[in-house]
Ligand binder design. Structure first.
Ligand code: ADP
Ligand code: MG
Ligand code: MG
Length: 199
């Protein structure tokens, strides 16, 4: 079973990898965006960690709802409301249980990803975070490691795609040949699950 500490470790691991990879995320957002994805998420996850320390929510659901709210209120870019919705909706689906099973987390994340698709209008193949998140959720029933591999694969597979949503879509065909920054950061979020489980 996954307890509140697991979810705290998940957010902490994600914040740390976003810090480590911020320059790369921003570099990916430079040819097909406005070069702020790394700094956007760094600001967001710094606020998430500060809020978790201050408010000390004690259930998996409350941790994710708080994290999502922080991302929505501190990240100016498109990714803030989208990631915020992902975590908030996932947290709501977990309810107020003190511990949740891996299957329950997979179902909740599925609801979260569906909410992101509804909010942003993207579907798989549009060259967005959805291209990493959908395969990750599909693989989550197997293991966290399988979900991480699927997310990384999904992020790499955005390179030949033409963007149909978000800022990169303004470039039309010129968006082809670049890996999507949001799909790349989504792979970091999913990798955080493996780190949280390993500790
Ligand atoms: P902004 O484009 O506002 O500067 P960011 O750079 O932080 O925001 O985030 C860009 C990422 O957000 C993209 O790489 C893409 O993965 C994701 N994104 C943008 N629009 C959408 C959308 N409508 N649905 C899903 N993801 C999206
Ligand atoms: Mg940007
Ligand atoms: Mg921006």
């Amino acid at each position: 079973m996954l307890d509140a500490d697991f979810f705290r470790r998940w957010m902490t691991a994600t914040a740390a990898s976003v810090d480590r990879e911020a320059e790369r995320l921003t570099a990916l957002d430079s040819p097909i965006g406005d070069a702020d994805h790394g700094s956007n998420l760094q600001r967001g996850f710094t606020a998430v960690i500060a809020a978790l320390e201050k408010e000390a929510p004690d259930t998996p659901g409350a941790i994710l709802v708080l994290a999502g709210r922080q991302l929505i209120s501190t990240v100016g870019g498109a990714s803030g409301p989208l990631y915020g919705t992902l975590l908030r909706r996932t947290g709501k689906a977990l309810g107020d249980a003190a511990e949740v099973g891996e299957e329950q987390l997979a179902e909740a994340l599925r609801a979260g990803v569906d909410a992101v698709m509804q909010l942003g209008g993207a579907t798989p193949g549009d060259k967005t975070m959805i291209d990493a998140l959908v395969p990750a959720v599909d693989a989550l029933g197997d293991s966290f490691g399988a979900a991480r591999a699927a997310a990384e694969q999904g992020a790499l597979a955005t390179t030949p795609l033409q963007a149909r949503k978000g800022r990169a879509s303004y470039l039309g065909e010129r968006s082809i040949g670049h890996q999507d920054p949001g799909a790349t950061s989504s792979a970091l979020l999913i990798a955080g699950l493996v780190e949280a489980a390993d500790e």
